[in-house]
Design a protein around this ligand. Structure first.
Ligand code: G3P
Length: 219
C-alpha cells in the first residue's frame, strides 16, 4: 500500500484545532482512495490527533528515558499515540551514529522508522541501518514550488536503484516541493513507494483538494 506522509512541521496553520481539520480531511481521503496517509504534527498535538489518523513524530532524540530535560524519547511519542517517527529530517539533522541509535530506540518501541536522506548516496548508506523507509528530499527543493519529481527525477531513480542494491527491504519515499497528483504519479513510476508533502498542503487555501490530488496520483 502506498504511503503518504503529511508533515505539519511547525506551521501555525497546522496547530491544534486547525491540525484537527487537516487530520480529518486526510482520514476521509485515506479511506476513499485506499492510500495509507500518516501525519507528522507538532509533538504537542500527537495525543490529540492520534485518535483520528495514524500519527508519526517529526523527530526523536537518541537518549534513553531518564534525566534528559527537553528531550523527545521514543517512549514519549509512543505513549502519546505515535505509530512511527521521522528521523534525520533536513530541518533536524543528526550525525550517522545518532541516526543509528534513533532507529534502534524506535524499533525497541515498535515505531515505524522513516529516515530522511539528502542524496541518493546518503540514502543508500542509511538504508544499511535498516529503517523501514528512507525519505529522499533534496534540501534545496524543500518548501519550494519546484517538485523533486519534475525538477530532479534522476534523484528519485538513483535513490531507488542504490537503495535496492544496499538493502532491498527498505522502501523509498520522496519529497520536496511535491504539490500535485502528477508529482506523486511520476514518483511512483520511478519506483518510490510513497510521497511526503508539507507546504503545498499546509499553505493551501484548499488543503483537502491538494491532499486528494496528491493521494490520487499514488493509486
Ligand atoms: O517532510 C516533507 C517536507 O520536508 C517536504 O516539504 O514543503 O517541500 O512539501 P515541502
Amino acid at each position: 500500500m502506498p504511503i503518504f506522509v503529511i508533515n505539519f512541521k511547525s506551521y501555525e496553520e497546522a496547530l491544534g484545532e486547525k491540525g484537527k481539520i487537516l487530520a480529518e480531511h486526510a482520514k476521509k481521503i485515506s479511506a476513499k482512495l485506499g492510500v495509507n496517509i500518516v501525519i507528522a504534527p507538532a509533538f504537542t498535538d500527537i495525543r490529540f490527533l492520534s485518535g483520528i489518523i495514524p500519527v508519526i513524530a517529526q523527530h526523536i532524540d537518541s537518549v534513553e528515558p531518564g534525566a534528559h530535560t527537553g528531550s523527545i524519547t521514543a517512549e514519549s511519542v509512543k505513549t502519546a499515540g505515535a505509530i512511527g517517527t521521522l528521523i534525520n529530517h533536513s530541518e533536524m539533522k543528526l550525525n550517522l551514529e545518532d541516526v543509528s541509535k534513533c532507529i534502534a530506540r524506535a524499533k525497541k518501541n515498535d515505531l515505524m522508522t522513516i529516515c530522511c536522506a539528502d542524496s541518493p548516496e546518503n540514502a543508500a548508506g542509511i538504508a544499511k541501518l535498516n529503517p523501514d523507509y528512507v525519505l529522499i528530499e533534496p534540501p534545496e527543493l524543500i518548501g519550494s514550488k519546484n517538485s523533486v519529481s519534475k525538477t530532479k527525477p534522476e534523484v528519485i531513480k538513483k535513490t531507488v536503484d542504490l537503495v535496492r542494491l544496499s538493502n532491498p527491504q527498505v522502501g523509498v519515499i520522496c519529497g520536496a516541493g511535491v504539490a500535485t497528483g502528477e508529482d506523486s504519479r511520476i514518483a511512483k513510476q520511478l519506483g518510490a513507494i510513497g510521497i511526503a508533502v508539507a507546504s503545498a498542503i499546509i499553505k493551501s487555501k484548499n488543503p483537502e483538494r491538494v491532499i486528494e490530488d496528491v493521494a490520487a496520483g499514488l493509486v
